[in-house]
Ligand binder design. Structure first.
Ligand SMILES: *Cc1c(COP(=O)(O)O)cnc(C)c1O
Length: 379
């Protein structure tokens, strides 16, 4: 190849294209070893000491993600929650952080409970309202702004570049949960974010068979070193088998996501015209409040996630989900099979989610089959 930078599709398909020097194997090996041989002079000339700190099986998925995100380094965690909470645990008690009002519910719960009791001052704001966000920032005290875009489960869109300006002016760092956008659609570090987080359980792995999380940094600075220490010391690491499955899943990320975007967009249009649907929430629809920013910030699609507010309220929504045959009633998202979920009943009474909302994760089935099933279930 020439010097031209390879496309992300190529990097992902070949998982960076390394061939094992000793065996010629195209596929990286799984290394279950927990420990590494020490030199006679007490050193570790081969660089690895103990598998809580690192494992060669992490290298391919971590390095591939770093390239896809355009970052400096990535770490793999035992779950998306382990990755996200490591960012907050690397702060100090007394630090002020801003997080979205609408966000992944388990992380919101952890911030309001554990992180708050631990001494972090958590303030929830409407992160799609830049004036509100700028007003909530406390220069010198706000250490971190956390964004999720598009945000679960109403798919509100935050303007990463504009929030990065606000964060930089206040001396705060910006972290983005980009689980739903993936590097296929949005590269937060190029828009000025310091950190990007994924629940790799979702699109990165994509096959509903690994729980994993990732963080990627723009720069390997002191703050990144603290996050890496939290991971290492708390042991929030991925297992070697899961890391291996993750690199396998990531190879098909681009074609999977593009197919899912196309199907989600087609379903959103058709659902919006259905008489039993009160509202469709999808950033690709011109009616969505985040559409204009999404058009700028998301390249080549608006994601594979959408939500439907069913006419007739909570009971009608639950009855619709009860009637599907092809979609599966289950939580989670980003897999090859399509899932449907009544969101309010899993998030509980403190949830800001409307109780007539069904969240749809669009898989790789035929969009026509998915539509027929939904249209029948809506009645
Ligand atoms: C699932 C999810 C998480 C949490 O990830 P786990 O891998 O389940 O721990 C965080 N953010 C978003 C947007 C998610 O969908």
């Amino acid at each position: 190849m020439t010097e031209r930078r390879l496309s992300p599709e190529t990097l992902a398909a070949q998982a960076l294209g390394h061939v094992d020097g000793a065996t010629g194997a195209l596929i990286p090996s799984i290394h279950p070893s927990t420990t590494y041989e020490r030199d006679a002079d007490t050193g570790y000339s081969r660089g690895r000491v103990y598998a809580r700190a690192d494992n060669p099986t992490f290298d391919t998925p971590a390095d591939l993600l770093t390239r896809l995100e355009g970052g400096a380094e990535s770490l793999l965690f035992s779950s998306g929650m382990a990755a996200a909470t490591a960012v907050f645990l690397a702060l100090a008690p007394g630090d002020h952080v801003l997080a979205p009002r609408v966000m992944y519910w388990a992380l919101r719960g952890w911030l309001l409970d554990f992180a708050t009791r631990w001494g972090i001052e958590v303030e929830l704001v409407d992160t799609s309202d830049l004036d509100a966000l700028a007003a909530a920032v406390r220069p010198g005290r706000t250490r971190l702004i956390w964004l999720e875009t598009p945000a679960n489960p109403t798919w509100e869109v935050a303007d990463i570049a504009a929030v990065a300006d606000i964060a930089r002016a206040a001396g705060a760092r910006l972290a983005v949960d980009s689980t739903v956008a993936t590097p296929v659609l949005t590269r937060p570090l190029e828009l000025g974010a310091d950190l990007v987080m994924h629940s790799a359980t979702k699109y990165l792995n994509g096959h509903t068979d690994v729980v994993a999380g990732t963080l990627t940094c723009a720069q390997r600075d002191d703050s990144w070193a603290r996050i890496a220490a939290v991971q290492r010391q708390n042991g929030a690491i991925l297992g070697p088998f899961e890391a291996w499955l993750l690199q396998r899943g990531m190879r098909t990320l681009y074609p999977r996501l593009r197919w899912q975007c196309a199907s989600a967009a087609a379903l959103a249009e058709r659902l919006a015209a259905h008489p039993r649907v009160a509202e469709v929430l999808y950033p690709g629809l011109a009616s969505h409040p985040g559409h204009a920013i999404a058009r700028r910030q998301m390249q080549g699609g608006f994601g594979g996630m959408l939500s439907v507010r069913v006419a007739g309220g909570r009971e009608a929504a639950i009855a619709t989900a009860a009637r599907v045959r092809l979609w599966t009633r289950a939580t989670s998202l980003g897999g090859v099979e399509s899932l449907i979920e009544h969101r309010a009943s899993i998030e509980g009474p403190t949830s800001p989610v409307p109780d007539d909302l069904l969240r749809l994760s669009v898989g790789l089935e035929s969009a026509e089959d998915l539509w027929d099933d939904l249209a029948t279930a809506l009645g």
